[in-house]
Design a protein around this ligand. Structure first.
Ligand SMILES: [Zn+2]
Ligand SMILES: [Zn+2]
Length: 287
């Protein structure tokens, strides 16, 4: 296989062991991958053993997979209106941060959470407080927590740059915090970036609100739903409503060359779908 210079990849499974995720990344020609470090729909997690760490590190060492990103479990909701869920979420986030540290995974992507009160600002500050608790307890060494840009479905927060900036403003140790930009979510939330002008304007907006230095990862997904639909439905690259131009601009953008771009697109045909979508991204880059 030709040596891949682009930092592109996909979410892959850890079924059979953490090292299997690297193998799967290699099979699709990825240079970065995203994994769940535990079952994403369960609170409990099997402890990570030294054997897990060794086989994972060894597998990555000789592989072209340069960056591994972890995604936190979907159950975690730091903004829940149920105090018990918030407590469980903080606990689970501490565990996820420590699992990433053990595996030396540099980024953990988190959905910030939902409205905790009727007041948006109050809810954002509440979420930031819970993140502070988790970071204080976990004392991360290697891992940075990335807040994901959300689609704005239901009462989910984090769908505007301003909301993410408000959370970050209230984080005590800002060096532990970054952002993961999901193209499908941003589009569903109402951001346009499908012409050179709108693309430039959106990133100026991001830079002015959050700061480009906080951007550490991309989820590269097309959208089944319209601009501003506030509905989160991922589509194959170039087959959805976002369109080829937006992804071409992103792939050719030199300032993002070293930021991992990870697919979370539908997988109806096993690894073939990911291979195809990665080929599309390479085409856009070479276009
Ligand atoms: Zn996500
Ligand atoms: Zn999504």
């Amino acid at each position: 296989m030709k040596k891949e210079t682009l930092l592109i990849g996909a979410h892959v499974s850890i079924a059979g062991g953490f090292d299997k995720a690297i193998t799967q990344g290699e099979e699709i020609g990825a240079t970065c991958i995203q994994i769940f470090t535990k079952s994403n729909r369960q609170w409990k997690a099997k402890p990570i053993t030294q054997n897990d760490i060794d086989s994972f590190t060894a597998q990555q060492k000789n592989s072209q997979v340069r960056v591994v990103v972890a995604h936190a479990a979907y159950l975690i909701n730091l903004g829940s209106t149920t105090p018990e869920t918030v407590e469980k979420s903080v606990h689970a986030l501490v565990d996820e941060l420590q699992r990433c540290d053990a595996l030396k995974i540099p980024y953990l992507v988190l959905h910030p959470g939902t409205m905790n009160t009727k007041d948006e600002e109050e809810s954002l500050v509440f979420i930031a407080d819970q993140i502070n608790k988790a970071l204080e307890k976990a004392q991360p060494k290697h891992v940075t927590l990335l807040l994901e840009t959300m689609a704005g479905q239901g009462s989910v927060l984090g769908y505007t740059f301003e909301q993410l900036a408000t959370i970050i403003k209230h984080i005590d140790h800002k060096k532990y915090i970054g952002v993961c930009f999901d193209t499908c979510h941003a589009f569903a939330s109402g951001y346009t970036f499908d012409t050179p002008a709108s693309y430039k304007k959106m990133w100026e907006n991001f830079d002015g609100t959050i700061g480009l230095e906080k951007l550490k990862a991309f989820h590269v997904n097309d959208s089944k739903k319209e601009l501003g639909a506030k509905v989160d439905r991922h589509e194959h690259i170039g087959k959805g409503k976002i369109g080829a131009t937006a992804f071409t601009l992103l792939m050719k953008d030199k300032k993002f060359a070293n930021i991992p771009k990870i697919l979370e697109t539908p997988q109806e045909h096993g690894l073939e779908d990911n291979k195809k979508n990665l080929a599309t991204l390479r085409d856009y880059f070479n276009d």
